[in-house]
Design a binder for this molecule. Structure first.
Ligand SMILES: [Zn+2]
Length: 494
């Protein structure tokens, strides 16, 4: 698969989005002329997970934008209804005449890979509409397209293809996979990732990632920023006004080895490593991680002058998954988990007396990027900082407050703790045992917190299929901080 739209995702705490049959829904556009403007992004620290179905809506002031198959849609929170972003009257929204419609890409899937509202426009990451079928010798053109919601007109802001970038240096031609499962927008910049895959003539396979580059596109100017050109695994973690943090995983002894394994995998379909045979690349990589170890290096990239500073490095440890403790997952012992203004939220797993690690035995600190100070504020043997974003992007450092969840031993209830970064007050606000769900704030909207509602089993409420996990909710800051969860206003986006 060339992209990750259909991949089963595991978000920490190991929420598996169960694929279920999506109901066939019929959406009507609004009568002409009433399609809302992009309405901007309300929270300057907000990150739109434009290509991520785990939390897919880009929150604008009057409308929340997302995509559903071939169509760009929006949800009107005042009407509690979804609409196609099309102003044409009597449009059936089924083909090119529709303002919201995008056709198939060369892989025969919807060419929409991400939607984000910014300023008065809606931006679509497109994997390139085409009539043809996949031909690996032909460049695939990815485009960022700006839509004016008032009249549906489109403009190409930036375009990328697999001939445009420096190659890893071995003289081969590579196919690029723009990693469109992860498209993010923050402060007017759309971020995504390119990964060099196999060379022409080889089998296209997710396993063939050899080189990564993160790309930011200024949505106003179309100017491109390239950061983190790295061998294999390099990904953006958080973004703020003026900076981006990213991590690069370095395998202690496998850079040379990996080339050899790639050859084995593409030629024989299996890999021999350390006395075992692997035909699944993920299993193989996990074995490599167990045997050789991984050092994750964390970097801060300054957008104003293009400089990069290394923040810290951390070894990978094995931790039992929350959904099944017999499954061990690889986690960096220390990582960046969120950001707000100049503060980065750092989470660290702590070992027990036997040197074992757990996802719930954590310490949380705030790192100030201006002065380099580190302030520890939370430590618990049964706490958890859930990532509400894929790859741990900007989780729960919202509106100057760090929000932490503590789970009971059997997972039957969660408790919220809030740390105010200004007053330095850490306080307990609400247990969820009575309400039977967990609300996880992800951003600011309409003077309060907006986020996703999870069931206590860790699944997003209402999830039914890859594109519709969404039970959003909003609560005023005052109600949330006083633990008044009955005030939660729910929005079921479908
Ligand atoms: Zn239409």
């Amino acid at each position: 698969m060339k992209n990750r739209k259909k991949r089963v995702k595991i978000i920490i705490p190991a929420v598996i989005i169960v694929l279920a049959a999506a109901a066939l829904l019929f959406f009507l556009g609004r009568p002409g002329g009433t399609v809302p403007q992009g309405s901007g992004v309300v929270d300057p620290n907000a990150v739109s997970r434009a290509g991520d179905s785990d939390s897919f809506a880009s929150i604008g002031e009057n409308a929340w934008f997302y995509y559903d198959g071939h169509l760009v849609k929006y949800y009107d929170p005042a009407l509690k209804k979804s609409f196609v972003l099309c102003s044409r009257s009597n449009c059936l929204h089924t083909g090119k005449n529709c303002e919201a419609w995008f056709g198939n890409d060369v892989f025969g899937e919807s060419a929409i890979a991400g939607v984000a509202a910014e300023g008065n426009y809606v931006y679509v990451m497109s994997t390139g509409e085409t009539e043809g079928s996949f031909d690996r010798e032909r460049p695939v053109n990815y485009q960022i397209i700006r839509i004016d919601p008032s009249d549906g007109t489109r403009k190409v802001v930036a375009e990328f293809n697999n001939k445009m970038y420096d190659k890893p240096g071995d003289g081969k031609e590579y196919l690029i996979n723009f990693d469109c499962g992860n498209v993010y927008v923050c402060n007017g910049i759309m971020w995504f990732r390119t990964q060099y895959m196999s060379t022409p003539g080889e089998t296209v396979n997710d396993a063939d990632v050899r080189w990564t580059q993160n790309i930011g596109v200024d949505l106003n100017s179309g100017k491109t920023i390239n950061i983190g050109s790295r061998d294999y695994e390099c990904r953006i973690l958080t973004m703020g006004s003026g900076y981006v943090t990213y991590v690069h995983d370095e395998y202690d002894d496998t850079v040379l080895m990996r080339e050899e394994f790639y050859e084995q995998l593409t030629e024989k379909g299996r890999v021999e490593y350390n006395g075992s045979t692997y035909n699944d690349y993920t299993d193989f990589l996990n074995a490599v991680k167990r045997n050789s170890g991984v050092t994750s290096k964390y970097y801060l990239y300054h957008l104003n002058d293009g400089t990069t500073e290394e923040l810290f490095e951390s070894k990978t440890v094995q931790v039992p998954a929350l959904f099944d403790p017999s499954v061990l997952i690889q986690e960096s012992r220390k990582t960046i988990f969120g950001s707000h203004n100049d503060l980065l939220l750092i989470r660290e797993y702590l070992p027990d007396g036997k040197g074992e690690y757990s996802l719930r035995h954590i310490r949380a600190s705030l790192y100030n990027i201006k002065d380099g100070s580190l302030e520890q504020f939370f430590e618990s043997e049964n706490g958890y900082i859930p990532s509400t974003m894929l790859d741990g992007l900007n989780g729960i450092l919202a509106d100057g407050s760090v929000i932490i969840y503590q789970y009971s031993e059997d997972g039957s209830k969660t408790e919220d703790w809030v740390y105010n970064v200004e007053t330095k007050e850490l306080r307990y606000i609400a247990a969820k045992e009575d309400v039977g769900y967990s609300f996880r704030p992800e951003g600011i909207w309409n003077g309060g917190f907006i986020g996703t509602v999870y069931q206590l089993n860790g699944f997003p409420e209402g999830a039914h299929g890859d594109y519709f996990p969404m039970s959003y909710a909003w609560i005023s800051r005052e109600d949330y901080l006083s633990g008044n969860m009955n005030a939660l206003v729910r929005y079921k986006i479908k």
